[in-house]
Ligand binder design. Structure first.
Ligand code: ADP
Ligand code: MG
Length: 384
């Protein structure tokens, strides 16, 4: 995480006032991919990469937003904020303000400085970190206390309706509600959740393939549409199937022949992934790490072969990890088509694991990966 004291100085130099500072983490999903919009289960953890937001009031009626990562500032009248996306970084904080305004809140004049170290567009959800950091800071300035689950929904709506990215609830939810040293099993149907401790001798090794993914891209949208098509066909037989969360492998065996082949594969991934995700959280609660590892591996194969949302580099990164010392389980994490793999690794082996994986991947692909040894962190909070 960036140093909050450095952001404080930066904000004071620009706006000549001491800000309040808030932090919201990025996340890594241990298991449960593309299940969130099917009202299924996901099990992410917040990580130590995060976005910081510094906020202070202004007397001139302006909302001024500065992004240190881009070295850019934007200013708007607080009573006439943009209502449409511009395709820039500012869409994310502005989307949060627009969503709050849509809820009936009056957005006060403010200076907001953002600074993060979540790698952008790498599947670790820098976008949710920016949204949740903004929402936490702005509601803090307004003196509002919005419960974490509700804050997460607001931020998801900002990304869906303002930014225009069709993401599920997972990223914003874990950024708002994560807990130190825990993974969080989230039921995306009713947003109930359960924490499962990550054993103290385990490290989360995140390996960036350096292949850029984009949730706004066509791959994500097509997969989602195919899953919805399969769901609609199953629902003609069992109307209680509203989302793939409600469907079972037996349903696919009975009516799969009516579903176009690609949509059938997407549905099979989502249906089996829901089962694996709940099982993985139970294994984690029982400190049964071999089972966690096996489920992660099965999840990767399903994501790659049935959902076809992996890529050559990510498959290579997962393959190369298999016989390295300390590996519990490895899989591609995030929206797919590139981004990072998550490797649960015995802590005592984590440093040599990371070094060996880097060397192997470099040799195999000619790409130098970024590999980070992380631990599960707390969700959004004030650091003032
Ligand atoms: P991901 O969430 O996987 O990192 P996205 O494409 O969903 O990738 O979101 C990345 C976008 O979020 C960036 O292009 C930028 O517009 C915005 N963003 C992320 N972090 C910051 C930041 N620290 N400051 C400003 N904007 C940010
Ligand atoms: Mg994102």
């Amino acid at each position: 995480m960036k140093d909050p004291a450095a952001l404080r100085v930066l904000h004071e130099n620009r706006y000549h006032i001491t800000p309040h500072i808030y932090v919201a983490p990025g996340r890594v999903n241990l298991i449960g991919e593309h299940t969130d919009y099917a009202e299924g289960f996901v099990m992410p953890a917040a990580i130590d990469f995060a976005t910081l937001a510094a906020v202070s009031p202004r007397g001139d009626g302006q909302v001024v937003i500065y992004a240190e990562n881009f070295g850019e500032e934007r200013a708007y009248p607080a009573n006439a904020l943009p209502t449409k996306a511009s395709g820039e970084w500012s869409d994310y904080p502005l989307g949060v303000l627009a969503t709050l305004a849509g809820e009936g809140y009056t957005i006060p004049a403010m200076s907001l400085s953002l600074w993060g170290d979540v790698p952008l567009g790498s599947g670790l959800s820098s976008s949710a970190a920016v949204e949740v950091a903004t929402a936490t800071a702005v509601t803090g300035l307004m003196g509002l206390t919005i419960p974490g689950p509700k804050l997460a929904r607001l931020c998801q709506r900002a990304e869906n309706e303002f930014v225009g990215a069709n993401c599920g609830i997972m990223d914003q939810f874990i950024s708002a509600n994560g807990a130190e040293d825990h993974a969080l099993l989230l039921d995306c149907r009713d947003l109930s959740y359960r924490l499962a401790p990550i054993p103290a001798d385990m490290a989360l090794v995140i390996a960036n393939t350096m292949v850029k993914h984009s949730v706004a891209g066509s791959g994500y949208t097509t997969r989602r549409a195919q899953a919805e098509e399969a769901c609609a066909i199953l629902a003609t037989h069992r109307p209680e199937i509203r989302f793939l969360r409600d469907a079972t492998v037996a349903d696919l065996e009975a009516w799969g022949h009516e579903i176009p082949p690609n949509s059938l594969k997407r549905a099979r991934h989502i249906i089996t992934e829901n089962v694996r995700t709940v099982a993985a959280s139970e294994a984690l609660l029982a400190n049964d790490m071999p089972t966690v590892g096996r489920l992660m591996h099965e999840a990767h194969v399903s994501y790659s072969k049935d959902f076809e949302a992996s890529c050559e580099e990510a498959d290579t990164m997962v393959d190369l990890a298999q016989d390295l010392p300390g590996l519990i389980g490895a899989r591609l994490t995030g929206g797919g088509f590139g981004g990072c793999t998550i490797n649960v690794v015995q802590k005592e082996h984590a440093v040599e694991f990371a070094a060996a994986l880097k060397e192997r991947y470099q040799k195999a692909t000619g790409i130098t990966p970024e590999i980070h040894i992380c631990h599960a962190s707390a969700g959004a909070h004030s650091v003032s």
